[in-house]
Design a protein around this ligand. Structure first.
Ligand SMILES: [Zn+2]
Ligand SMILES: [Zn+2]
Length: 329
């Protein structure tokens, strides 16, 4: 099969030919139909995340059809459509796994990082960590649900009571969370890079009450906020716009350093917390909610061979919504 794989940190992905392996016990082999590009993939390419699998195939927003099942797999049959997210394996033994917090597992496997992912014609996944995809979505539309949607949902759950919700960094995850929040009656305040009129326009089209640059104060203080951009200096900025008792959620796996800031920004029982990975229950819940809320991911598709172009455009902030790779049919 053809795949786009990590050559070395900081270099473009390399087009490679790899053997397609039969699925082992508990695994499924998937013919990839679409794979979203997540900002985390950029952190893998840039070496921000340590110790990736050697020459890993990135991509953890995989949608495809099962073409073979390994021994012991009863949850999926050949021909069924599945999605594969970032969490690809857990140990079932550590204190986190045993207390219902498998997202924090001490010995996890992550798709497209420590396990080969979906920038390829085929991918192998653990059947227990794959999910049926609601029929309302095309393959390309469904891809960003698998991470932007899932991580966005997990972050949003922590601020679902906020009447006024700020979202910093209006990319793939934010444009899905905005739809979720508007559906639940929250007023959404969308913060983008300075001058990113396209993202601000998309935010307003999706029902945001206000959209503007991150440096600007919103017209009203926020009850809660989520930062999806990997930009540490946004933390004091967002805190300055938060009411007393408000919660600030950091939704990215990597962030530049958070600058020193006056304690007064945190005082008043404001909370700053991160969100890490996902549990399988998050995936089950979100994939039920998404069609009910009628979440519509806005996607730009690229051929698999154009992965480097798509990544460069995502890096440049030159895309609205989500970027999705489509292997040759
Ligand atoms: Zn564990
Ligand atoms: Zn992701």
């Amino acid at each position: 099969m053809t795949a786009m794989a990590l050559d070395r940190v900081g270099a473009p992905l390399l087009r490679v030919e790899r053997p397609v392996r039969a699925p082992r016990r508990g695994q499924i082999l998937i013919r990839v139909a679409a794979c979203g590009i997540c900002r985390t993939d950029l952190h893998v390419l840039d070496g921000d995340l340590p110790h990736p699998k050697s020459h890993v195939i990135p991509g953890h927003e995989i949608i495809g059809r099962v073409v073979a099942v390994g021994a012991g797999v009863r949850s999926f049959k050949v021909g069924e459509r599945v999605g594969v997210p970032w969490l690809g394996a857990t140990c079932h033994r550590c204190a986190y796994c045993r207390s219902g917090r498998e997202n924090l597992c001490d010995h996890p496997g992550f798709t497209g990082y420590t396990i080969d992912g979906g920038y390829a014609e085929y991918a192998t996944a653990n059947a227990d960590y794959a999910f049926a995809i609601p029929p309302e979505y095309s393959d390309a539309e469904a891809a960003p649900l698998m991470c932007a949607g899932l991580i966005g949902y997990r972050a949003w759950k922590l601020v679902r009571e906020a009447r006024r919700l700020g979202i910093y960094g209006f990319g793939a995850a934010a444009h899905i969370v905005a739809q979720l929040a508007v559906f639940h009656g929250q007023a959404v305040y969308a913060f983008t890079r300075k001058g990113d009129k396209a993202a601000q326009k998309l935010a307003r089209e999706l029902g945001a009450t206000w959209a503007g640059p991150s440096e600007e104060r919103p017209p009203h203080p926020l009850d809660g906020a989520i930062i999806f951009a990997p930009v540490g200096p946004l933390v004091p900025l967002a805190l300055a716009s938060l009411v007393k008792g408000g919660t600030l959620v950091l939704g990215g796996i990597h962030m530049s350093d958070i600058p020193a800031m006056p304690y007064a920004l945190l005082w008043g029982e404001r909370v700053v917390r991160s969100v890490a990975n996902l549990t399988r229950q998050d995936a089950i819940d979100f994939l039920q909610i998404a069609p009910r809320v009628k979440i519509r991911p806005h996607v730009t598709t690229f051929a698999l061979s154009e992965a480097n172009t798509a990544i460069a455009r995502l890096r440049a902030g030159d895309l609205t919504g989500a970027a999705v790779l489509v292997p040759p049919g």
